[in-house]
Write a protein that binds this ligand. Structure first.
Ligand code: ZN
Length: 504
């Protein structure tokens, strides 16, 4: 049976080449966000869309289908968790999805996204929803078409969510939020009513940028980021891009009057970067060597940012360093005050600035609105009103304008509908992984306090990173923790944080 083996080898080499095109696109995208001069955007859009089209055409060619079919009917895929079966299964999944969406729709979506993002940026700047509404309407229409092309059993939302979180459904997400909503609203309300207030003013003092940058790099390296296989640069919106083996790019932004903004986004993006650097280079360019989902990716960033980076043991090690880096600024600040300041819990308008507890309520609101829009239960004109109603119900706030309301996120303008729930799934998974790591590894807190984060990183490498797309997200969580994904670990973690405010 030499033929299936030959077909598989050919499939592998073709996929690796196609993936090179993808990583060239990622490099263009990184450059666009970090270095591209203002006048170069149009030319860059042409470069990027040509690459994307080449990649799409190549990937959806009948050759891939033939090669897949030959291997699928062979004994090579017998071991369902073996690398051949994983590469074939996940390539088939992506291939079928890509083939179901006509090229004309792909092209229209990408053209609309460019225009719609421009309209959104303008609308947000002027805080004028009317400027964006027609584009949201158009985007939604295209996403509905996409859902129809891809197909779904119960809910068009499933077809969109599945792109970001394979195997996840709107029902699954709704169940998660049903567990979270009540306890979170209650917890946030109690913290708001507490007489204990986080001294957040500390974080808004003067933090010279050079010292911020140095400390951010030090923290990133301390938790395990390999700077010989990566970089840290500046962009308007922080992100992480895994170009391939030995090249993982992180970005952050600096504000002299905000310590937490840059520091925690460095930890967050480093968490993403550690996942990328922990993928098995042997399978680079193949599903077996690629991250499984946005939810699992976000679990890694949140784990380092919030579970490690906002924890007591971490600051036992880092507070003296912060204190000496900003000696004048922090002359009157002790570790306890600092710890409370970086664990501020309180309702706010902007999701990306929200704390760990309120964050998931921001996501819940978006999920509910997206589902209602897709089903036709919510008209485009009514989005701002519905947004504000939910803000009031969940966080007790009414946005003063659309810029701080329904215009704040870039996602909808780019067509990323069905994306938001992956943030909360990431938080959920992070909590569950972190609890399990503590069970498996004695003295984890002691090693953090000494500045040694390698036991946790090794555990993540072994249990999560090196498996690539071998297991679907929920399956992976169950294999690693022995339990179905649940909101309980996250709620336990957040209750422990609320205890800082005397909330029981
Ligand atoms: Zn992230």
């Amino acid at each position: 049976m030499a033929e299936p083996k030959l077909a598989y080898d050919r499939l592998v080499s073709t996929l690796k080449e196609i993936s090179l095109l993808g990583s060239i696109g990622a490099l263009l995208e990184w450059d666009e966000q970090t270095h591209l001069p203002e006048k170069g955007f149009e030319h860059r859009a042409n470069q990027s869309s040509m690459l994307a089209k080449m990649r799409h055409d190549w990937f959806t060619s009948a050759v891939i289908d033939d090669l897949l079919a030959e291997v699928e009917s062979s004994s090579l895929v017998q071991d369902v968790h073996g690398d051949v079966a994983v590469n074939v299964r996940e390539t088939r999944r992506a291939y079928d999805r890509a083939r179901k969406i006509p090229g004309s729709l792909v092209e229209e979506m990408s053209r609309t996204a460019v225009m719609s993002q421009q309209a959104w940026a303008e609308a947000r700047k002027k805080s004028d929803y009317k400027l964006f509404a027609p584009w949201l309407d158009k985007t939604l229409g295209l996403k509905k078409q996409e859902a129809q092309c891809v197909g779904y059993e119960r809910n068009p939302y499933d077809a969109l969510l599945d792109e970001f979180e394979p195997g996840e459904t709107a029902d699954g997400v709704r169940k998660v939020f049903a567990e979270l909503r009540g306890p979170l609203v209650e917890l946030v309300g109690k913290v708001a009513a507490s007489s204990v207030k986080a001294p957040v003013e500390i974080l808004r003092r003067s933090y010279p940028l050079a010292a911020q940058e140095k400390l951010g790099r030090e923290a990133s390296a301390a938790i395990g980021f390999d700077f010989q296989g990566g970089r840290l640069d500046v962009s308007v919106h922080p992100f992480c891009s895994g170009m391939g083996p030995g090249d993982t790019r992180l970005t952050t932004r600096y504000d002299e009057h905000s310590f937490d903004n840059s520091f925690f986004s460095v930890l967050h993006e480093t968490g993403h970067g550690l996942y990328e650097q922990g993928l098995d280079p042997k399978y680079a360019g193949l599903p077996r060597g690629d991250a499984i989902s946005l939810g699992i990716h976000e679990s890694q960033s949140r784990l380092w940012e919030n579970f490690v980076g906002r924890g007591k043991p971490f600051w036992k090690h880092f507070f003296p360093k912060v204190k000496s880096a900003f000696a004048q600024t922090l002359a009157d600040v002790n570790e306890d005050a600092w710890f409370l300041a970086i664990n501020d819990i309180g309702p706010s308008f902007i999701r990306t600035e929200a704390d760990e507890a309120t964050y998931n309520l921001h996501v819940l609101l978006r999920f509910e609105l997206e589902e209602a829009m897709l089903k036709g239960d919510l008209s485009i004109a009514d989005v701002p009103g519905a947004w504000n109603e939910k803000m009031k119900a969940y966080l007790g706030l009414t946005p003063p304008d659309a810029a701080r309301g329904c215009l704040q996120d870039i996602h909808w303008s780019g067509g990323a509908i069905g994306y938001f729930p992956t943030y909360t799934l990431g938080n959920l998974y992070a909590a569950q992984f972190f609890e399990k790591a503590h069970e498996d590894l004695a003295n984890l807190d002691d090693s953090f306090a000494k500045g040694d984060f390698s036991p946790l990183l090794d555990w993540l490498r072994e249990n999560i990173h090196r498996w690539g797309k071998t297991f679907r997200p929920r399956e992976l969580v169950k294999r690693v923790t022995g339990k179905e994904p649940s909101a309980e670990p996250l709620l336990r973690h957040l209750r422990a944080k609320a205890a800082l405010y005397g909330v029981r």
